[in-house]
Write a protein that binds this ligand. Structure first.
Ligand code: GUN
Length: 292
């Protein structure tokens, strides 16, 4: 392989390979817990027929099985009343086989997602979406951290990227990725800027970043030429263009020329989300074990 090709490969943060290794470690940990009489259990609740949600849920199921985690799936019809869903969550809160509860989002329009998330016990909230867990993250004492941003931090950690004193620019302010990842970076002593759709001169902000975290959900919105030479690029976007092709929020080829490290799409951040869900479920089981 030409030197140039090798250099480009070495810049790639291989989320798929990192995920596989972590999942092997998790499976070993699960086996150890089972020997002590504790089987981690995850309940996944899907309401309706959204094809993307169905795919995610079946991926979560398979990942649980491969890791030896007990998984319980509840598939409910689209017109399920909110009260029924609340009742199910309440039952799962008290189900001793279950360490983690995940209600797949988005929920149908007649259901108030906030009400459902708040009904999940914070001690089983392996998605890290409950306001209690969000608050704990913000005050720097996290219990369960949301899986995608947690996965980003894990990728940076295993790649040996230290955030101390670095300028991190997060593009996107969602509750699921942008906001939590900003606080996680702050906890690692980065100087953090959160940009969004109303940010004036996004290019200049991105151009200052030592680490860019793109989570806007707009295909190739962040241009490769904006990236500061040597910066790290974490691309959370998964955008479908045409029938088959997936692209990130960053113009990959052009960013690859300038970045010192970059996550591809697919195969970067994506695989980490389910991996961290498994990690949170195991963590929750350990907490149950330690409580006796
Ligand atoms: N929908 C898309 N991503 C997620 C996720 O991480 N958790 C849940 N519960 N729903 C989602």
């Amino acid at each position: 392989m030409a030197d140039e090709g090798r250099m480009k490969l070495s810049k790639l943060i291989d989320g798929k390979a990192i995920s596989q290794k972590l999942r092997q470690d998790i499976a070993k940990e699960v086996a150890g817990l089972k020997e002590k009489g504790y089987t981690p259990g995850l309940a996944v609740v899907l309401v309706g027929e959204d094809p993307a949600s169905r795919t995610y849920v079946s991926m979560k199921e398979k990942a649980c099985q491969a890791a030896g985690i007990f998984s319980l799936e509840h598939k409910l019809p689209e017109d399920t009343p909110q009260a029924d869903l609340l009742k199910l969550v309440e039952d799962l809160n008290h189900d001793e086989r279950i360490d983690g509860i995940l209600v797949q989002l988005p929920l149908p329009g007649h259901i108030n997602s906030d009400r459902i998330i708040e009904a999940i016990s914070p001690h089983k909230d392996v998605d890290g979406f409950h306001p209690y867990n969000f608050g704990m993250l913000v005050i720097g004492k996290p219990l369960f951290q949301p899986c995608t941003p947690y996965g980003i931090m894990k990728l940076l950690e295993v790649t040996g990227i230290d955030l101390k004193g670095k300028e991190v620019v997060v593009v996107g302010r969602s509750n699921i990725v942008g906001k939590p990842v900003a606080f996680m970076c702050l906890a690692k002593h980065a100087t953090v800027t959160i940009c969004h759709s109303r940010t004036v001169d996004l290019q200049a902000k991105v151009g200052q970043a030592d680490v860019v975290i793109a989570a806007v959900g707009k295909a190739e919105m962040i241009k490769g030429a904006w990236i500061k030479p040597g910066a790290v690029v974490i691309d959370v976007g998964i955008n479908r263009v045409g029938e088959k092709k997936l692209v990130g929020d960053v113009e990959f080829e052009a960013a690859l020329e300038r970045a010192s490290a970059i996550t591809p799409v697919p195969g970067g951040v994506g695989p980490m989300t389910i991996t961290m869900l498994l990690a949170n479920t195991v963590e929750s089981c350990k907490q149950r074990m330690n409580k006796g």
